[in-house]
Design a protein around this ligand. Structure first.
Ligand SMILES: [Cu+2]
Length: 174
């Protein structure tokens, strides 16, 4: 019994790996954007599912504020999740953890806020359905000055190298 069970798990893992490879070529594998709202530009948005069938996901993106004035990110929301919050990951004494940032995240004039793995991210909990690679998830950002911006974020495969970093390698930032 024990042997059969282990064998089945191994087979299932192989099937998942095979399907994952096929999906990888069929699905959208690039970030999305840019979207503009007044002086705010959101770009390089992508989402990643946490493993294990968890109904939890994370969204990464870059926000530019080209306004001469500072702005504030007042709220994040997604109709696909029960809770949407901005988190920051930290490593303290070798242990990774994350905490919710207080409401009102500064968007400095002529500055940018980079949300990426290992740092600031939009955390989705209580997803209504598992995020599937190649699908998109609706996200809403609300800024104090610029107003409210809705867009769809593509879900990229698990194990994808951070596409924001890859993209930066082709730009002016090494
Ligand atoms: Cu988080």
């Amino acid at each position: 019994m024990q042997y059969k069970r282990a064998h089945f798990v191994g087979l299932a893992a192989l099937m998942v790996a095979t399907i994952g490879t096929v999906t990888c070529y069929a699905a959208q594998t690039t970030t999305s954007g840019p979207w503009k709202l007044g002086n705010i530009t959101v770009e390089q948005a992508w989402g990643r599912v946490t493993p294990g069938g968890s109904r939890t996901g994370a969204i990464y993106l870059i926000i530019h504020n080209t306004s001469p004035n500072d702005d504030l990110l007042l709220a994040v929301d997604s109709s696909a999740a029960q809770t949407t919050a901005v988190h920051e990951s930290r490593i303290v004494d070798g242990v990774a953890s994350m905490e919710a940032l207080p409401v009102g995240i500064p968007m400095p004039s002529h500055g940018e806020v980079v949300m990426q793995p290992g740092g600031i991210h939009i955390m989705l909990t209580g997803l209504s359905k598992a995020l599937i690679v190649g699908s998109t998830i609706p996200v809403k950002l609300v800024f104090q000055e610029a107003g409210s911006l809705d867009f769809e974020v593509p879900i990229l495969p698990l194990g994808t190298a951070d596409p924001t970093v890859t993209h930066a390698g082709h730009g002016t930032n090494p």
